[in-house]
Design a protein around this ligand. Structure first.
Ligand code: HEC
Ligand code: HEC
Ligand code: HEC
Ligand code: HEC
Ligand code: HEC
Length: 312
C-alpha cells in the first residue's frame, strides 16, 4: 500500500511537471521523456551495479534512431510503474532482412542508449556516508528509488534523512563539493556565494544541507567527523558479533531518521514545503516549476495511471 501510494504521488508530481515545465515533449513520444529526461535517474541493482534510466532528449534526437518513437521499440510499456518491462522489438517494422536478423543476434543491446545518458560517476564529498554508501544508494522502493537517487545530486543525505526530533529547528543552505565527475552533461546546481544565485555546475556541485544555529554559531549537518573512523571500521573487516554491528550502525546513524515514503515528494514540491526555493537562490521561474500544489487531495482519486498517448 505504501509503495502504491507513493507511486501515485510521484506520478501526480510528474503530471504537474509535464504540464507546467516542458510541454514540448507531450506530442513527441508516448510521454516517456516526461520522466526519462531527468539526468541522475538511476536504479541501484541487487548486484551493486547501476541501471541508468535517463535519456537525454537532445542526444536522442541526434541519434540514428531519432525518427522512431520510444514505443516503436519498447513494446508493452503502457502502465506506471513499469519495473521489469524490458521487451524490445527491433524487427516489427525494421531490420527484417536475413542479414539484419543475423547481425542482431550477435549484437548486445545492453548499452543501446549509453551515449544519451548523464550520470554522476564520482562525488568525493568526504562525508562518512560515502565511505559505506554509493553515490546512488537507493534500491528498495520500486518506482521512487530512481527519483530518490536523482536527488542525491541535489541534496545532502541529511536534508531528507535527518532525525527531525533531534533537530527540530533547522534552516537550509548550500554546500559545494569540488571535483565532481559527470558522464555526459553536468546537471544540478552550483550556488554562487557572491551573486547568491544558482547556475549550472561544471565540476563544482552544490547541494542543499540542513543547518542548526547554537549560541550564534552555525553548524551544517553534514557528517564529516566520522569519515576516518568509518574507513578504519570498514578496513578492519567483518564485525564478529551482531551486537557489535548494531552498536556501530547506531553510532554512524545517530542523526539519521526515516522519511514517510508515501508523502516524500510533496515534502518539498509544494507551496510552503520544507525548502524555500527563492530564499535558496533559485529564480522565480525555477521555483514555480519545483512547487506543486494540491497533491494530497488528487492522489486519492487515482486508481492506476496509464501513459495517456498510448491509450488515445
Ligand atoms: C531503436 C529502438 C529503441 C528506441 C527507439 C528507444 N529505445 Fe530505449 N532501449 C532500447 C534497447 C535495445 C534497450 C536496452 C535493452 C536491454 O538492456 O536489454 C533500451 C533501454 C532503455 C531503457 C533502460 C535503460 C537502459 O539504458 O538500458 C530506458 C529507460 C529506455 N530504453 C527508454 C527509452 C526512451 C524514453 C525512448 C524514447 C525517447 C527509447 N528508449 C527509445 C531500444 C530503443
Ligand atoms: C511517470 C514517469 C515515467 C514515465 C511517463 C515513463 N517512465 Fe519508464 N521508468 C520510470 C521509472 C521511475 C523507472 C524506474 C523504475 C525502477 O526503479 O525500477 C522506469 C523504468 C523504465 C525502464 C526500465 C525497466 C526495468 O525495470 O529495467 C524502461 C525500459 C522504461 N522505463 C521505458 C519507458 C518508456 C518506453 C516510456 C514511454 C512509453 C516510459 N518509460 C515512461 C518512470 C517513467
Ligand atoms: C560504517 C558504514 C556506514 C556509514 C558510515 C553509514 N552507513 Fe548507512 N548503512 C550502513 C549499512 C551496512 C546499512 C544497512 C542496514 C543496516 O545494517 O543497518 C545502512 C543503512 C542505512 C539507511 C537505511 C536504514 C534503514 O533502517 O532502512 C540509511 C537511510 C542510511 N544508512 C543512511 C546513511 C547516512 C545518511 C550516512 C551518513 C551520515 C550513513 N548511512 C553512514 C553502513 C553505513
Ligand atoms: C530526496 C530525499 C532523499 C535523499 C536526498 C536521500 N534519501 Fe535515502 N531514502 C529516502 C527515502 C524516502 C527512503 C525510504 C524510507 C526511509 O528509509 O527513510 C530512503 C531510504 C534509504 C536507504 C534504505 C533503502 C534503500 O532504498 O536501499 C538507504 C541506505 C539510504 N536511503 C541512504 C541514503 C544516502 C546514503 C543518501 C545520501 C547520499 C540518501 N539516502 C539521500 C529519501 C532520500
Ligand atoms: C527534501 C526536498 C525534496 C524532496 C523530498 C524531493 N525533491 Fe525533487 N527536487 C528538490 C530540489 C531542491 C530540486 C532541484 C535541485 C536543483 O535544481 O539543483 C528537485 C528537483 C526535482 C525534479 C527536477 C525538476 C526539473 O525541472 O529539473 C523532479 C522531476 C523532482 N524533483 C521530482 C521529485 C519526486 C518525484 C520526489 C519524490 C520521490 C521528489 N522530487 C522529492 C527537492 C526535493
Amino acid at each position: 500500500m505504501m509503495n502504491k501510494l507513493s507511486g501515485y504521488s510521484v506520478v501526480l508530481i510528474l503530471y504537474y511537471f509535464i504540464f507546467s515545465s516542458s510541454p514540448s515533449y507531450a506530442t513527441e513520444d508516448a510521454g516517456c521523456l516526461f520522466c526519462h529526461q531527468y539526468p541522475g535517474l538511476v536504479r541501484l541493482q541487487k548486484n551493486g551495479s547501476l541501471k541508468n534510466l535517463h535519456i537525454d532528449p537532445e542526444f536522442y534526437r541526434k541519434s540514428s534512431h531519432a525518427e522512431l518513437g520510444c514505443e516503436d521499440c519498447h513494446k508493452g510499456i503502457n502502465k506506471i510503474p513499469h519495473v521489469g518491462a524490458n521487451e524490445i522489438n527491433c524487427t516489427s517494422g525494421c531490420h527484417q532482412s536475413k542479414e539484419d536478423q543475423a547481425l542482431l543476434k550477435q549484437t548486445t543491446l545492453k548499452n543501446f542508449h549509453e551515449n544519451q545518458q548523464s550520470v554522476i560517476t564520482r562525488m568525493p564529498d568526504q562525508t562518512s556516508c560515502k565511505v559505506c554508501h554509493p553515490v546512488y544508494p537507493h534500491s528498495k522502493q520500486p518506482f521512487i528509488r530512481a527519483w530518490l537517487n536523482m536527488h542525491t545530486g541535489y541534496l545532502i543525505c541529511e536534508t531528507c534523512h535527518l532525525k527531525k526530533e533531534k533537530y527540530p529547528d533547522v534552516s537550509y543552505q548550500w554546500v559545494t563539493t569540488k571535483h565532481v565527475a559527470f558522464k555526459g552533461k553536468s546537471f544540478g546546481s552550483y550556488f554562487d556565494p557572491d551573486k547568491k544565485h544558482t547556475q549550472s555546475p561544471e565540476s563544482s556541485l552544490s547541494r542543499i544541507v540542513p543547518v542548526v544555529t547554537a549560541n550564534g554559531i552555525e553548524r551544517v549537518l553534514v557528517n564529516f567527523e566520522d569519515t576516518e573512523k568509518a574507513r578504519a571500521f570498514l578496513a578492519a573487516g567483518p564485525v564478529s558479533s551482531k551486537e557489535n554491528r548494531e552498536v556501530a550502525m547506531a553510532y554512524y546513524h545517530r542523526d539519521i531518521g526515516k522519511m514517510n515514503v508515501a508523502t516524500v515528494c510533496e515534502t518539498c514540491h509544494t507551496q510552503n514545503g520544507l525548502l524555500d526555493f527563492i530564499a535558496l537562490g533559485f529564480t522565480k521561474e525555477r521555483a514555480n516549476v519545483l512547487i506543486n500544489t494540491n497533491i494530497n487531495s488528487i492522489v486519492s482519486e487515482y486508481d492506476d495511471f496509464y501513459i495517456p498517448h498510448i491509450f488515445k
